[in-house]
Design a protein around this ligand. Structure first.
Ligand SMILES: [Zn+2]
Length: 88
C-alpha cells in the first residue's frame, strides 16, 4: 500500500518502465491546461490557466461574462450571432 497522500485521485497515475526492467507506477500532479474554443480550437482569452484560480477563484474570474463565454472564442461567437440574426 502506498502513502496515504498518494491514494488520492487528485494525482494522475502513470505506469513507466524503469531501467531495471520492472514497471512502476508514478504519481504525477495534474498540470494546468489551456481552455480552447469548442468550434475552432483556438485558445480562449480571459480563461485562467492557474489551477488555484480555477478551483477557488470567483466565477467571474473564470470566464468572460458574455454569452458562451469560456466556450466559444470571440470570432466564432461573432459568426454564431450573424447566423442566428440572419436566420440562416
Ligand atoms: Zn473559435
Amino acid at each position: 500500500m502506498v502513502r496515504p497522500a498518494l491514494r488520492s485521485r487528485s494525482r494522475k497515475r502513470i505506469a513507466k518502465r524503469v531501467p531495471s526492467g520492472e514497471s512502476r507506477v508514478f504519481y504525477v500532479s495534474r498540470s494546468a491546461y489551456v481552455a480552447r474554443c469548442s468550434v475552432c480550437g483556438r485558445p480562449l482569452g480571459g480563461v485562467p490557466r492557474d489551477l488555484s484560480v480555477i478551483r477557488y477563484g470567483a466565477k467571474t474570474l473564470k470566464r468572460p461574462e458574455r454569452p458562451y463565454g469560456g466556450v466559444l472564442c470571440s470570432r466564432c461567437l461573432a459568426v454564431a450571432y450573424k447566423i442566428s440574426i440572419r436566420g440562416l
